[in-house]
Design a protein around this ligand. Sequence first.
Ligand SMILES: *[C@@H]1O[C@H](CO)[C@@H](O)[C@H](O)[C@H]1NC(C)=O
Ligand SMILES: *[C@@H]1O[C@H](CO)[C@@H](O)[C@H](O)[C@H]1NC(C)=O
Ligand SMILES: *[C@@H]1O[C@H](CO)[C@@H](O)[C@H](O)[C@H]1NC(C)=O
Ligand SMILES: *[C@@H]1O[C@H](CO)[C@@H](O)[C@H](O)[C@H]1NC(C)=O
Ligand SMILES: *[C@@H]1O[C@H](CO)[C@@H](O)[C@H](O)[C@H]1NC(C)=O
Ligand SMILES: *[C@@H]1O[C@H](CO)[C@@H](O)[C@H](O)[C@H]1NC(C)=O
Length: 834
Amino acid sequence: MVYPTSLCACLSLLTVLSCHSHVLPRLSFPIGSPGRSLTGFTNPDVYNTTTLLLSDNEDTLFVGARDAILSIDVSQTDAMTMKEKLDWSPSEKDLVDCAMKGKMKMDCHNFVRVLQVLNSTHMYACGTFAFSPRCIYIDSKTFSMVTGTSGKPEEGRGRCPYDPYQKNTAITVDGELYTGTVADYRGTRPVISRHLSEGSHVDLKLDDTLGWLEDPTFISSSYVPSEEKVYFFFSEIGKEYDFIDKFTVSRVAQVCTSDVGGQRTLQKRWTTFAKAQLLCQADLELPYNILLDIVSLPPPEGESEDETLFYGIFTSQWQVNLGRSAVCAFSLKDIKKVFTGRYKVLNRDTLKWSTRVQEQMANPGECGLHNASDNTLRFVKDNFLADKSVQPVNQGLTLVSLDKSYSNIAAQRVRGAHRRDYTVLYLLTESGYLQKTVLLENGAHIIEEIQVFHQPQPVKNLLLSVSKGAVLIGSSEGVISVPVSNCSYYWSCAECVLARDPFCGWDPVTKHCTNINTHDHLVQDVDEGNVSAQCTYVNPRSRSGQSRTPTSEVVSVSLNEVVHLQCPEASQLAKRHWERLNSQLSPRIYIQSDDRSLRFVATPSTLGHYLCQAVENGYTQTLVVYHVKQKSSPTILPATPNRPHSIPTTEAGSKPSVFTTRLITPKQTELRPKPEDMDPTVTLKDSPTTTTRKSRNFTRFSNIDKENSQTEPGENLKQADKPTYFQELVVVSVLLALCISALLTIAFHRFRYFCHGRTVPQTPSTRRDGEKGGSATPQERESLKGHSPCLEKRNGQTPNGQSRNGQAHNGKSPITLSNSMLNSSNGHLPNTPI
Ligand SMILES: *[C@@H]1O[C@H](CO)[C@@H](O)[C@H](O)[C@H]1NC(C)=O
Ligand SMILES: *[C@@H]1O[C@H](CO)[C@@H](O)[C@H](O)[C@H]1NC(C)=O
Ligand SMILES: *[C@@H]1O[C@H](CO)[C@@H](O)[C@H](O)[C@H]1NC(C)=O
Ligand SMILES: *[C@@H]1O[C@H](CO)[C@@H](O)[C@H](O)[C@H]1NC(C)=O
Ligand SMILES: *[C@@H]1O[C@H](CO)[C@@H](O)[C@H](O)[C@H]1NC(C)=O
Ligand SMILES: *[C@@H]1O[C@H](CO)[C@@H](O)[C@H](O)[C@H]1NC(C)=O
C-alpha cells in the first residue's frame, strides 16, 4: 500500500499548500505533553458534566451534571477536588413514565441545563428530569435543595428543554430568570420568556404572533446593564429569504428588563422584543450563517460599553464550506444601531417580508412602552425584524479555519508588556483541541493548540476564569482545566519572543521566559515577534538570541553508507533547512525530504559538519549540529540476504557497492520518556517506523556533547568534484520515478475515493504516512520519499483549490447563490425564486 498512501500524502500536502489563508498553530501539544499539563476532574459516579458556573470569587466551580449538581474547588490551578454533591434524580415512577413515552433509558435522566446564581443566598437550577422539566432553589451556604412554599419542585416548562439534546440558554438579572428554550415535549414551541418576576413586574413571554421565532436553536444570552437589555443569540430559519429553501440565519434578539407587557394589547407579552440578523461573511463569499457559540468581551477599562464586542463561531450550511469555521466579532454599537433603524414588515396574505414604506408609528425595540396606546403596541407587535443586518467589525471575518470545526469560544483581553492590550481567543475544536489565538492587526496568530480530549465530545461547555488564569472545559466525561499559558516552556529569549504570547515575556536578568504579571520590564513583541530587535542584549558572541547551545553530535560512518540526519521541529511556523560550514548543499548529492531530514552517501567529500537551521519570522536559529566523520577502524557492514541491495553501476569497471542507511536523530535523552526514543541512531531497515518525527518532544537542547563538540571545522570540507556514488543513486531514482509516475497516474483514479475521506492534516507531522508502507526496501523508500516528481506531477494535474471534496470546489457551490442576493437583506428582497 505504499503507492496509494504516498499518493494521498502528496494530495494532502497539496491541499495544505493551496490554502493560502490557512493559519497553523505555532505549537501543537498532544494530550499528556509535559509542556502543557492539564488538570482534570472525573468521578466514576458523575456523568455529563456540561453546565458550568463559576462563583464570584472564582474559587468554586458549580457543575450541572446528570442527576447531580456538584461544587468543585478550583482555587488551586493544579488540582480540582469535589467539595459537595447534590443528588437530584427522577423517581422510579418518573423513569417508568419516561420509558412509556418511548424515550431511551439513557436520556431519561435528569440533565441539569440551567444553573444560575439567583441572589446572595440562593442558586437556581433546572433539569430535563426524565422529559418532564423541573426547577429547584439551592441554598448556597448549605448546598442543599430548597423546595418552594408548596413543598414541591417548580415546574420547569419554558425554562428548560424536555430533550437533553435540545439547546437552551438562561441568564438571571436581578433575581429574574430570562430563558430561551422550547416549551413543549415535541420541541416545536420555542419561547423567550421571563420567570420568577414579582409584583407588577410580571412574567413575560413571546406572543404567538407569526414569525417571532422560526425553529430557533438557542446559543447564548447576555445582559448589558447600561442598556437594561438582555440579548439572546440563536440561529433560525430566515423566512425573509424566501427564494432559498430553509436558509438558516444567525440572530441577535433583545428585550428590555424593564418590560412589564402591555395593558390590553400584548398583555403579559414582551413589548420590547426585536431581532436582527448577524451576518458573518467575507467579501464575495457565501456567508457563514450558522451560529455555534458566542461570548461577550467587555470594553477596555474606561471605554464606553458600546465598545463591548461579541465574538461568535459560525459554520456554513453549504457544501463548499463544509468543515470550516469562521469567527466574527460584532460590536454593541452596531447592534444598537440596527435595532434603532428601520424594520421589515410581513404581508400576512402573501407571507412575504418587505421593508416598511408607510409611516413609522413607534420605535420597535424601545424600552418603556408599557403605557403606550394599543395602536402603538399593535405596530410594535408586527415590526420586530430589523431591516438591516449587523455587520461584523472591520467588515470581515476575524478568523477562518479551513480544516478545524470550532464548537466553543472564550475571549479575554490581556494586558501585555508596555501596557498594550491584546485580545486572546480560546477556541475548542470538534476534534478535541483547544487553540489559543491572539488577534493582531495583520491577522490572527495561533500561539498554540493543546489536545484536551482523546475522543470528540458531543456536548461541551467552555468557561474562562480570568483571575485563576485557567480555561475550564466541561464535557460528557468530566471537567478539564487548562492554564492559559506556560511561559517556562520557552527556553530562550528568541523562543519567548517568537511565541508572541501576550502572557509571556523574557526576563533579561534571570534569563527566563516568565509570566508578564510578575515583572515590569520584560521583553515582549506580540505584534512583530522581532527577535533581533528584542533579544539584543544577550551574549554578544552568539549571533542569535539563543541562551543555550544546540545539540551537537558526532556521527561515525563508513564510506558508502547512506547517512540520514534528522532535524527536530521547534515550531510549526519555522522553515528548516540544512547548511554545511562554508559550502552549499547541492541537490545532486543531498536529498532533503518533506520532514526536513537530510540524506546523502558518505564519501570523503561529504564528511564534515552539518547544521539544521530554522528560520521563523526572519530569525535564524540552529537547531542541531552533526559532525559526520569516518569510523576510525573500518567495520564490515552487515549483509542481509535481501537488503541492503546491491546496486549495479553504469560505470565499467566499478564494483557493485553496498548501501546501508542510517537514521540519525539528535540526542535528547532527557526529553525522551520512552526507551525506544533514546537511541539516537536507528537503522531504517531494522525499524522503519522510527522515522516518525518526535519533534514535539524537542523542547530544549541538551548541552554540548562531551564526546565531540568543539571540533574545529574545516577538515574534509573540500568540494566534491570527484566521482561519487551519486550517479548510481540518480539512475535508480530516475528509473523508480518513471515507474512511480506511471503507477501514480493509474493509481490516482483508482484511489481517488480512498483519498476523499481524508481530512487535511493540521500538522506537518501527520503528513508522512507514506513511510509506514511495509514492504519497500530502503532504497525504494529513499526514492519514494525524496521524490518531488510525485509532488510536481500532482501539482500539474490538480487545479489549485481542489481539496477534500474533489468535486464541489473552486469556489462554486452546488447552489449558485450570488452575494448580492444575500446582501439584499438591506431592503429589497427578491421575491422571485431562483
Ligand atoms: C514525546 O514523545 C512520546 C513518544 O512518542 C509521546 O508519548 C509524548 O506524548 C511526547 N511528548 C510531547 C511533549 O510531545
Ligand atoms: C511548562 O513547561 C515546562 C517545560 O516544558 C514543564 O517542565 C512544566 O511542567 C510545564 N508546566 C505546566 C504547568 O504545564
Ligand atoms: C433569594 O431568593 C430566595 C428564593 O426566592 C428567597 O427565599 C431569598 O429570601 C432571597 N434572598 C435574598 C437575600 O434576597
Ligand atoms: C403608566 O400608567 C399608570 C396608570 O395609568 C401610571 O400609574 C404609571 O405611572 C404609568 N407608568 C409610566 C412609566 O408612565
Ligand atoms: C452523556 O454522556 C454520554 C457519554 O458519557 C453521551 O453518550 C451522551 O450523549 C451524553 N448525554 C447528553 C444528553 O449529553
Ligand atoms: C526587526 O527589527 C530590526 C531592528 O529594529 C529591523 O531592522 C528589522 O527589519 C526587523 N525585522 C522584521 C522582520 O520586522
